[in-house]
Write a new protein. Sequence first.
Length: 317
Amino acid sequence: MSCSTAAHAEGLVSMRVELDGSEPAEGMRRFLYHGELEVQGLHPSAGSSGEAHTVTVVGQHFVEGQLSCGMETAVSIEGVWRTSSLMECTLPGLAEGNATVEVSNNGLQYSDVGRAFVYKARAHAVSLAPSVGPVSGGTVVTVTVLGAAEGALMWCRFGRQRVSGRWVGSSDVAFVSPAGSEGVVEVQMAEGAGAGGASSGAVMEFEYVPMPLVVQVSPRSGPVDGETLVTVVGHGFRQVATHCRYGAGVSAVEGAVVSSTAVQCMSVAHKEGSVSVEVSTNGADYSRDGVVFRYEAGPMVEAVQGAGAFVSAGQLV
């Protein structure tokens, strides 16, 4: 049999059943009247289409027991109660579009106003840079992503190693490469909080190489105006993307690689003093060997004396 409840204030009430005016059936039951259910927000509020997503529902008057979520295109979804204002539901993978999420405390009556979860086209990676880094790891690799909700949890696999990323732009996610063995590994991006994450986009490649080593520079000094062609001798130089840097915080210059043990770089303008010359094979990670190049002030003529006359600086002689 079924009965309709009468309006009542919030709280527990006793309930009993009477049949055709006869004596009440034995036993009492309790029924809980709760405040009007309300869904105020979903976190996250968007995800890739075709994939299940666990969301935190924020609202009011959630009751532990038969809590569930409902969607227009899905059957009742069991909810996990956290507090009277927080619960979790795992939404099914649906096609691209909006789906309204409602909440029920009894599986029959749902909140009047829900919140939309947006199913978006599956995220996919289109490029990464740099594509080379030292075997010690630590390279900040930026992956350009299309179709992902900005702020969504992103992962990247370097070979078998999985690292989390952080958003650095509307379509760019930065990952720090883990340490690896020399050679090329496959790189795949993944989105979501699942243990494995759903791979997105084509497989890319990242090459682990030894960190370049600087042994000496020649010449070891030059004018503060720069424009000195310096030969850097060391190991691990590559024909592509090799740069030199004269001191920290100074713009790097592209080098001309002579061999894997020698690269030539033009010095930049710098104030007088000594700086370390370091080399990078990806434009991001530099050696830390501390080989010194000294900037010196050029010779300046203050006066010329000859033929019995003294000529001041700046006069034609």
